[in-house]
Design a protein around this ligand. Structure first.
Ligand SMILES: [Zn+2]
Length: 322
């Protein structure tokens, strides 16, 4: 498990071998993968022609008689599977933090090798996890822009662990902690400012994410938050603007309907929340929505994580990604 993508596969036999009918297959998510095959003494060496794909299940099949011993006795059918490591990039090195310090959040993060890898990488900056093959629709999910809002980062980590090993019909990028430092300290502000009013300021954490969304040509960005009781909007909701990108309204409508959230549509971008990641993305041609779950700052409950997760799922379903 978590095999590197430049992997060369060695199969060791208990005696010297030679090729028989050579019928050997390497399948990546069920599709044939090209490779070179060599034999040295009692070792079969499989060298994939290209780097293996990240986060993909591979199966190696040695068909009956594909390999023989020196006397010409064929091997029995043999099948073995392994999974390659998920792609995790650091998109911003200024934001590092130790997520484990937020013990409440950490309690709700699935305890897996992949979670450990992401949390470890967050100590060097903002991690982004990539699933899929780069074909089909591309979606970017963002959580933790406000470090005192815990349901969305927990939901993003739940989603990441759910998607690990699944076949994706497109590409899903997930940033579970936009500013790990803030999440580790349950801080709302970054450098004394609200990060969700700074996406239009060069090199702010949200500006870096907006530019990344543009560079990756994502079909949509979802930014996941919480809203306090009595606040604005103060309920489970999907927010969007109709101008300049009507698609953001359609996406938010779908998410609202399929996650039990209220659709809140503003007419024009940049009026109600100037500098918000959603608004600045829409102004830059990236359809974007903001989703909120009703919860208190710094708190975390299972049903709030599930609600945030359902909003994320609805975004993926809109694009038929899962
Ligand atoms: Zn927020």
């Amino acid at each position: 498990m978590n095999v590197k993508t430049n992997k060369v596969i060695h199969i060791k036999f208990n005696k010297h071998v030679k090729f028989g009918n050579k019928w050997i297959e390497l399948l990546g998510n069920g599709l044939l993968t090209l490779f070179r095959k060599n034999i040295h003494d009692n070792n079969l060496i499989i060298t994939p022609s290209k780097k293996l794909k990240n986060g993909t299940k591979y199966t190696l099949i040695l068909h009956y008689n594909s390999i023989q011993d020196i006397s010409g006795n064929g091997v029995a059918y043999y099948c073995s599977s392994f999974k390659t490591a998920v792609k995790i990039d650091i998109i911003n090195h200024a934001t590092s933090g130790d997520i484990k310090k937020n013990s409440l959040l950490y309690k709700y993060i699935p305890k897996t090798v992949l979670s450990d890898q992401i949390i470890s990488k967050a100590k060097t900056g903002t991690p982004m996890v990539t699933f899929g093959n780069g074909k089909g629709p591309k979606i970017l999910i963002v959580a933790g822009v406000h470090g005192n809002e815990l349901p969305a980062p927990a939901a993003a980590m739940k989603l990441i662990n759910y998607l690990n090993g699944k076949t994706i019909k497109g590409t899903i990028y997930i940033i579970p902690f936009a500013i790990p430092y803030c999440t580790s300290h349950t801080h709302r502000y970054w450098n004394h400012t609200n990060p969700n009013r700074r996406a239009n300021k060069t090199e702010s954490p949200t500006n870096i994410i907006m530019k990344l969304a543009k560079r990756l040509h994502v079909d949509a960005l979802g930014d996941f938050h919480l809203s306090m009781p009595g606040g604005v909007p103060g309920r489970d909701s999907a927010l969007c603007t109709k101008i300049p990108i009507l698609k953001s309204y359609k996406i938010a409508g779908y998410i609202a309907k399929n996650s039990g959230s209220k659709l809140i549509a503003y007419e024009k971008v940049g009026v109600k929340y100037p500098g918000a990641l959603e608004d600045v993305c829409n102004l830059n041609g990236v359809p974007a929505v903001t989703c909120e779950v009703l919860a208190l700052h710094g708190t975390l409950k299972k049903n709030r994580i599930n609600k945030s997760c359902n909003q994320m799922f609805a975004l993926l379903k809109y694009f038929n990604l899962i």
